[in-house]
Design a protein around this ligand. Sequence first.
Ligand SMILES: NC(=O)c1ccc[n+]([C@@H]2O[C@H](COP(=O)([O-])OP(=O)(O)OC[C@H]3O[C@@H](n4cnc5c(N)ncnc54)[C@H](OP(=O)(O)O)[C@@H]3O)[C@@H](O)[C@H]2O)c1
Length: 282
Amino acid sequence: MKNIISIANILGIFVISCCFQCLVYAQIQTETNTQLLLDSSQPTVLITGSNRGIGFAFVQHYSKNGWNVIATCRNPNKADDLQLLMKNSTNIFIEEMDVTDFEEINTLAQKYQGYPIDVLVNNAGILGNVPKQSFGNLDYDLFQTVMAVNAFGPLKVAEAFADSVAISNQKKIVTMTSGLGSFAIMGNFDRFFFYKMSKSAINMGVLTMNASLKSKGIIAALISPGMVDTKLLDESGYQGRNKISPEESVAGLVKIIAEISLDTMKKTRGRPTNFDEVILPW
Ligand SMILES: NC(=O)c1ccc[n+]([C@@H]2O[C@H](COP(=O)([O-])OP(=O)(O)OC[C@H]3O[C@@H](n4cnc5c(N)ncnc54)[C@H](OP(=O)(O)O)[C@@H]3O)[C@@H](O)[C@H]2O)c1
């Protein structure tokens, strides 16, 4: 009996030590892959919410154009389109990052510490349940969630990755806003309370961030995608005809991002630039 117990003990220790070695190996693999595969002769972009919609179209565009693409999303295992795209490319690095999970954001930023990120695209966003954000029926838990994703998330991601952006050539942080955050355009529109407020809040956040990051040579700018045929627009119940595809929107947005400079910032005075180059009012 004693012999059986001691054999079981030895087997147990062996299995635990194998598991530990596998874990260490996996960690080394991840770090080594990043070091080996990021092509330092090409610019690098990090995109949040990259598994579908406009974020995914950004991945497609930048990857096709030879950039290193750090495609972040909150659930890589379910990101089928992204996984498929990655299989046929050498320059896409899928990383898990929920923009409301500050620990996850810090861990990923640490992993990429010392690697230049030329363009950080704060794209992830949610609309939130529509009936729960109409006056008289406001759900304040939902308000916190929408603010966490659309307003706090982009700020935290920018803070965490600012050092990587600062050591890059292009030094740009772009954040996706919406015409719905504009006081002038949407002030009298009585729907989407939380979404509108979150986008107005991030507008001020980015403006202030731009002032904070000047000393590092980073430009923080606001971009807006137009009415894009995605799940988010679908959830809004929008039935209008002037929808565009994510690819059309991104074709305009990447041109705007490429042209961002101190001169364009003087022209916009920080206001969002729409995919068709129209400057949106505050
Ligand atoms: N579509 C339009 O007409 C329109 C207009 C103006 C502005 N925008 C803005 O454009 C951006 C992209 O929206 P979209 O139209 O492409 O919407 P979408 O198709 O619904 O995609 C939203 C993306 O954000 C991700 N996301 C949501 N919560 C997240 C979180 N906590 N952490 C990380 N990722 C998260 C989603 O990931 P999951 O799959 O995990 O949910 C998804 O990848 C948003 O900021 C949106 O406000 C869109």
